[in-house]
Design a protein around this ligand. Structure first.
Ligand code: G6P
Length: 611
């Protein structure tokens, strides 16, 4: 996690860096800092948000054409001014910003302490910059060369930028496991954790690869590997629109992203589905058609909300394509010696495409010969590049830390994938496939309709905003939605919430139900409808306060539930795309009413690039 930005060129560096850091705050926001070079190498840092740093430097002389900044999500050392980045080396002649974790920092630190180095912070990053300084001082080499040699010594993940007091036109950057994008302008360069700080200045970017080092000196970009092999920079054109990373009149990114879903779902289907012509195409599935046809098993690895999308996919793929599916938390999978065979397909799902555990799970599966299929939102991300094939979700940048439109885009892509695999394997009736395709095309319009529930949900939110706990129940395709609804509420309102398969409630959570317990039940019309009606009765008998998500026109549940929220009717397998909408809105409004920071909830970060 952590966000990094750097600039060198003819413009004032400070405003570019501060604005860039604000765009990257979703990556971490416990402290921020900036280094500016103008005769002196000045470092300013502050605990808290980037706006605190901005206030702090408002009376300083920040004039400079080269600099770098950092917004932190603490790993080593508590969030405070001292642990904030940038970090000086001992001589204060060079400084570093770092996103990642240096695992062997302890032994490196001891080695440097033995040589007389002193440390001011608790961070691994300060060790990194002193290691670079030490290497440089012991041999007559350039700073870039010292950085390159230091990369051989450190174990772990990093995206770094190094600036030197003695080189007013030089930025040195390197990456392994943490993202770094280089923006190439006319007589200017930008470095950032993602493209959002860069897009308003240039749309030409180079994605640095693992174990590569970029040296920007006197207006030239030189990229070489850690082994010192020169690389030709591969310049790509960004398709990101500036408007897509701004709030566009909404009070929070999360609300904007919730309301973007009719469009983002449509974008996820664009070019892949035209029901009228029975057109269902995902280029990468066609490319690997035989693999999908012959797969004995599909494993899905993901974290957080993406893991919930994976659970929906399990239901969909098993239902339609009849392939056994296992869904794993990437963090468990990578450490538990899983059985992976050559004929297995591993689907990795990730909004950011940078989640460290998911990336490591991919590497493990790859090493055992599995084919890896990625479902990512961020184009050019590490996971997208590490997979053999994949499908982008095309949801557009998601900035609110709590994932909303990325989830529905993932479910959309995974639904199309399940349909395609089923078609290729001949496990689905043509009429069922056709019906699904037609229904799928209707989803954006139906999501639009579900969004009109906003006012109604606000009223319900007001009633329950002070609850201490929430229970979410669902069955079948909507069990993962219950988990997702509970996660949304926990993440942004800090209310304890649990998602449960409705029938499992009687094996434990039922003990929690009393007249104070709000129970959100997803009870849309599907094959387990009668069963979930019984579960509602069980809650009611214990005086639980039922908020039911039902299909439009339901005549039974309104007599049992205290509140009923109606979503449009659709094919049972597609209900998650509709039933999740009121749950997103419920968590959003409750969090706002509780005065929580919706877009940047405490302790969380959007992109988790640490294990
Ligand atoms: C973090 C985010 C979640 C996200 C999860 C997985 O915890 O706060 O919103 O679901 O990481 O991230 P990914 O980018 O891999 O989907």
């Amino acid at each position: 996690m952590c966000g990094i930005v750097a600039y060198v060129g003819y413009r004032e560096a400070c405003p570019i860096i501060i604005k860039g850091l604000k765009r990257l705050e979703y990556r971490g926001y416990d402290s921020a800092g900036i280094a500016l070079l103008n005769g002196n190498l000045n470092v300013y840092k502050k605990k808290g948000k980037v706006s605190e740093l901005e206030n702090f430097i408002s009376d300083k002389n920040t004039h400079s054409h080269i600099g770098m900044g950092h917004t932190r999500w603490a790993t080593h050392g508590e969030p405070n001014d001292v642990n904030a980045h940038p970090h000086y080396s001992s001589s204060k002649k060079i400084a570093i910003i770092h996103n990642g974790i240096i695992e062997n920092y302890g032994s490196l630190k001891q080695h440097l302490i033995n040589k007389g180095y002193e440390f001011h912070s608790d961070t691994d990053s300060e060790v990194f910059i002193n290691l670079i300084e030490d290497i440089r001082e012991n041999s007559n080499i350039s700073l870039a060369e010292a950085v390159r040699l230091a990369l051989h010594e450190v174990v772990g993940a990093y995206a770094i930028v190094v600036i030197s007091h003695d080189s007013p036109n030089q930025l040195i950057a390197a990456r392994k496991g943490s993202p770094l994008v280089i923006g190439v302008g006319k007589d200017e360069f930008f470095l950032a954790s993602d493209a959002t700080p860069i897009i308003e200045y240039t749309n030409e970017v180079v994605y640095l690869n693992d174990y590569e080092l970029a040296v920007i000196r006197d207006g030239k970009l030189d990229i070489r590997t850690r082994e010192d092999v020169s690389q030709t920079p591969y310049i790509q054109k960004l398709e990101l629109e500036l408007e897509s990373i701004e709030k566009g009149g909404y009070p929070h990114f999360m609300l904007k992203e919730i309301f973007e879903q009719p469009r983002s779902i449509l974008d996820s289907m664009r070019g892949r589905l035209v029901a009228e012509n029975s057109h269902l195409v995902m280029a990468s599935v066609i490319e690997f058609e035989n693999k999908f046809k012959n797969a004995d098993r599909i494993l899905i690895v993901a974290c957080g909300t993406s893991w919930h999308a994976g659970l929906v996919a399990e239901y969909l793929i098993e239902e339609f394509a009849r392939v056994p599916v296992e869904v794993e938390y990437a963090s468990e999978f990578r450490y538990r010696n899983p059985i992976i065979k050559e004929g297995d397909i591993v689907i990795a799902i990730s909004q950011s495409g940078e989640t460290a555990d998911t990336l490591a799970a991919i590497e493990l599966a790859k090493s055992k010969g599995a084919m890896i299929f990625g479902v990512c939102n961020v184009v050019g991300s590490s996971i997208a590049r590490a997979t053999d094939a994949g499908a982008y979700t095309h949801a557009g940048p998601e900035i609110g830390v709590a994932s909303t439109k990325a989830f529905t885009a993932q479910v959309t892509v995974l639904t199309l994938l399940a349909m395609m695999i089923a078609e290729k394997r001949g496990t689905i009736e043509t009429s069922t496939l056709r019906q699904l395709m037609l229904e799928m095309e209707q989803i954006p319009t139906k999501v639009e309709k579900a969004l009109q529930l906003d006012t109604e949900i606000k009223v319900i939110s007001e009633i329950f905003k002070d609850a201490a706990n929430f229970l979410y129940l669902g069955r079948g395709f909507n069990f993962p939605v219950a988990l997702e609804g509970a996660l949304k509420l926990k993440e942004i309102s800090y209310i304890h919430a649990e998602g449960y398969p409705a029938a499992e409630m009687k094996h434990g959570p039922i003990a929690l139900i009393d007249a104070n317990m709000p129970v959100v039940v997803i009870a849309t019309k599907d094959s387990s409808y009668e069963k979930i009606v019984s579960n509602i009765q069980e809650v009611k008998a214990r005086k639980g306060r039922i908020i039911a998500i039902v299909t439009e026109g339901d005549a039974v549940i309104p007599d049992m539930a205290e509140f009923v929220i109606e979503v449009p009717d659709t094919h049972e397998a597609l209900t998650p795309l509709l039933s999740v909408i009121p749950l997103q809105l419920l968590s959003y409004h409750i969090a706002v009413m509780r005065g929580c920071n919706v877009d940047q909830p405490r302790n969380l970060a959007k992109s988790v690039t640490v294990e």
